[in-house]
Ligand binder design. Structure first.
Ligand SMILES: Cc1cc2nc3c(=O)[nH]c(=O)nc-3n(C[C@H](O)[C@H](O)[C@H](O)COP(=O)(O)OP(=O)(O)OC[C@H]3O[C@@H](n4cnc5c(N)ncnc54)[C@H](O)[C@@H]3O)c2cc1C
Length: 322
């Protein structure tokens, strides 16, 4: 059996969890094993209706109300106890902050090896895999040899694909024994971001602004462009460090990884730490005054010019279209 961790928002699976389920199903199919899932919180029971499309036969629903909010050690202890009860060949989690943290705790609790940020996994007694290192700037080939293998899936490197035949998922409550020591770290408050509309990680169009934008007010031009393309605005770390944009907007190694159809990078030089966050974009359009900027080599389309002229022209052209 292959067990996959599913993160969700109010019973709706996160995109990255569907990516992980897609890889988990490939592994299950290759070894003729069942695909099962585990999810936390009262609302996770609703996932049963949604993940059957991905071939999940059984959902282990950990409904303990203390797990409605994130508690990394308690999630990990629950999974460790589920491993004891079900003995899966592998546990597959999304390569999110939570997926990495929880699986690392599971590995520590059961002395199991873990491969993080996998891009490709070939099933067998020993898994042969490739995985991202150094924020995605290096790909490493590795072997994972253990009775139970722990794997996280690099974010936005897989397209979620439903199974050829949907399954009726059986929802099974799982009640781990958790003492207070498992709740040393818990989320006690969540602040909603000011962001409205489509989230950066899931947007089909992202307009990014870097230090070249020059000041916070000039992001209005980028907002207009993003609105007319039904997209959202992101930023480089330089722009965030300047205080022009909130950290939520940061794209890159220490920010959000995006995978839009189109990324319009305005006044961004293309540092490696930025590019690892946007290499999942299908198309990159760079607007930069410097034809030698690194991003100009990496972009699919490049406009050498001042963004303060080019972006308003794009906005006018798009307004004329309407
Ligand atoms: C551990 C670590 C983690 C990091 N994580 C991240 C991360 O997650 N995300 C991230 O973005 N960075 C990250 N960085 C920082 C990264 O190395 C770069 O410093 C940063 O991306 C640079 O931002 P920038 O391209 O906006 O600024 P700059 O490098 O200063 O580039 C500005 C660009 O704007 C162009 N420009 C200027 N004026 C105009 C104009 N009027 N019109 C058009 N173009 C113009 C310039 O030619 C230049 O190419 C990280 C660094 C470290 C060490």
């Amino acid at each position: 059996m292959i067990l996959s961790l599913v993160e969700h928002a109010g019973g709706r699976p996160e995109e990255t969890s569907l990516e992980a389920l897609t890889l988990a199903r490939e592994l299950a199919t290759a070894t003729d094993a069942a695909l099962e899932a585990v999810a936390f919180g009262a609302e996770s029971a609703a996932l049963g209706e949604k993940i059957g499309d991905y071939g999940v036969e059984t959902l282990h629903h950990v409904g303990d109300e203390r797990l409605d909010t994130y508690a990394p050690e308690a999630w990990a202890e629950s999974i460790a106890q589920l491993l004891d009860a079900t003995d899966p060949e592998a546990v597959v989690a999304p390569g999110t902050d939570r997926g990495q943290e929880v699986l690392a705790h599971v590995g520590a609790r059961r002395d199991l090896p873990m491969a993080a940020n996998c891009l490709d996994v070939e099933a067998g007694d020993v898994y042969e895999l490739s995985r991202q290192r150094w924020g995605g700037s290096l790909v490493e080939h590795a072997c994972l040899d253990s009775d139970t293998k722990l794997v996280t899936v690099a974010e936005h490197e897989f397209s979620p694909e439903t199974a050829a035949e949907p399954t009726d998922t059986s929802v099974q409550p799982f009640e781990p024994s958790l003492d207070e020591s498992a709740f040393r770290v818990t989320v006690d408050r969540v602040e909603e971001s000011d962001e409205t509309g489509v989230s950066l990680g899931e947007a089909r169009v992202v307009v990014g602004g870097g230090r070249g934008v020059g000041d916070p007010e000039d992001y209005d031009k980028l907002e207009t462009l993003a609105d007319s393309l039904s997209g959202t605005v992101g930023a480089s770390r330089a722009a965030v460090n300047e205080g022009w944009r909130p950290h939520d907007d940061q794209i890159g190694q220490t920010g959000t990884k995006i995978s839009p159809d189109l990324y319009v990078a305005c006044g961004i030089s293309g540092a490696v730490q930025h590019m690892v966050g946007c290499k999942g974009a299908d198309n990159i359009l760079a607007i930069n005054t410097d034809p030698e900027a690194a991003i100009m080599q990496k972009a699919d389309y490049a406009v050498v010019g001042d963004l303060h002229e080019v972006v308003p022209e794009l906005n006018d052209a798009l307004a004329d279209e309407r």
